[in-house]
Design a protein around this ligand. Structure first.
Ligand code: MG
Length: 354
């Protein structure tokens, strides 16, 4: 049976890789709609190639979901813009292939509850979460999740990162990704977001989620089970692998990919992350511990800071400082509804744009 798919964020890095996966399996998938906030020409040309409807502009993602029916909605927009269309897709009974982790960071509790209520699945597209999800397919009680982190471009750079330029931060050693997630990877905020995402996707306590630096990006994450056995998923870094798995789960489909050559790799290394160099990991733990809507403030402050760093308005070290300052000053907002999440988001943007 052909699976009908909507792609939100079609012209971004994940969207384009998803289109590649779909085009290589034309009998399995049918893209019905594409949405892109910018890159109009590109989106229109993909839509023509796929025989899909194109939605462009600010509210394109929500309209694409509202005006079409599909089996799966791939959410691959940037940041919190993914939240509204994802909820709309859940309400229409679509499974979600989720790439936009900010959706879970901001509102994981509500999004997962809504998905349960509507009987839809949230299938991870993030490579680490796909890895853990693949390790979980055999069942078993989980005792620990281990997320691997490449460490980004500044893993072994001198400790003072205040002079880092946008170009430096966009030079990721192992993954080719969109600018927001690449900057987030360089600060390791991305890894912190992934810890929160994992907590909600897999219903695991935050304290049972660990991060280990693995510069080769071959082991994409691991799961330890109650019997002491740890499973890992490995493959060369290629986002088409987790995207395809999210679209074909619980099946696998053949694909022309680079496969693993362990003898050529020789060794895989692992080490602890440096909390001084990467304060964002600490800020994530503090936001989780603070509870309420602190994680929504965290995501919003980071989005503002990364945007402004890329515009040249603030320095690299100011990203973490901005987030820290917002977390310290944000009013305590009980996280009891989606409205509260938006309130925390709005407070953060207003506070920072003053
Ligand atoms: Mg990831």
């Amino acid at each position: 049976m052909t699976k009908k798919i909507i792609i939100l964020g079609a012209t971004g890095s994940i969207g384009e890789s998803a289109i590649d996966v779909v085009l290589s399996h034309p009998d399995e998938f049918k893209v019905v709609a594409l949405a892109a906030r910018s890159s109009k020409e590109k989106c229109l040309s993909y839509a023509e190639k796929l025989g899909a409807k194109a939605y462009l502009g600010e509210d394109s993602a929500v309209r694409a979901v509202e005006e079409n029916d599909a089996d799966v909605c791939l959410t691959a927009t940037v940041g919190m813009s993914g939240l509204k269309p994802t909820l709309a897709a859940i309400d229409k009974g679509m499974d979600i292939a989720l790439a936009t982790k900010e959706v879970m960071v901001m509102a994981g509790e509500f999004v997962s509850a809504r998905a349960r209520e509507k009987g839809v699945r949230i299938l991870p597209v993030d490579s680490e979460h796909s890895a853990m999800f693949q390790c979980m397919q055999g069942g078993g009680k989980i005792s620990k999740l281990i997320l691997t982190a490449s460490g980004g471009p500044f893993l072994d750079a001198p400790a003072d990162l205040s002079g880092v330029s946008v170009e430096d931060a966009l030079r990721h050693p192992s993954w080719k990704m969109g600018p927001k997630v690449t900057i987030d990877s360089s600060t390791m905020m991305n890894k912190g977001f992934e810890m929160i995402e994992a907590k909600w996707l897999f219903d695991v306590d935050f304290s049972d989620i660990e991060v280990v630096v693995h510069p080769q990006s071959i082991v994409h994450s691991l799961v330890t089970f109650e019997d002491g056995s740890t499973l890992a998923q490995l493959c060369p870094p290629d986002m088409r692998v987790p995207i395809q798995y999210a679209l074909t789960w619980p099946e696998r489909l053949p694909a022309e990919r680079r496969t693993l050559d362990l003898a050529r790799l020789g060794s895989l290394t692992f080490r602890k992350s440096d909390p001084v160099r990467f304060p964002c990991l600490r800020l994530v733990s503090e936001a989780v511990a603070a509870g309420g809507c602190a994680c929504a403030v965290l995501a919003a402050a980071d989005e503002w800071a990364v945007e402004n760093f890329m515009k040249g308005a603030i320095g690299y070290a100011d990203i973490a400082k901005t987030v820290e300052e917002c977390l310290a000053k944000a009013p305590k907002i009980a996280c009891d509804s989606l409205d509260a999440v938006w309130e925390a988001n709005d407070w953060t943007w207003k506070h920072l744009s003053r």
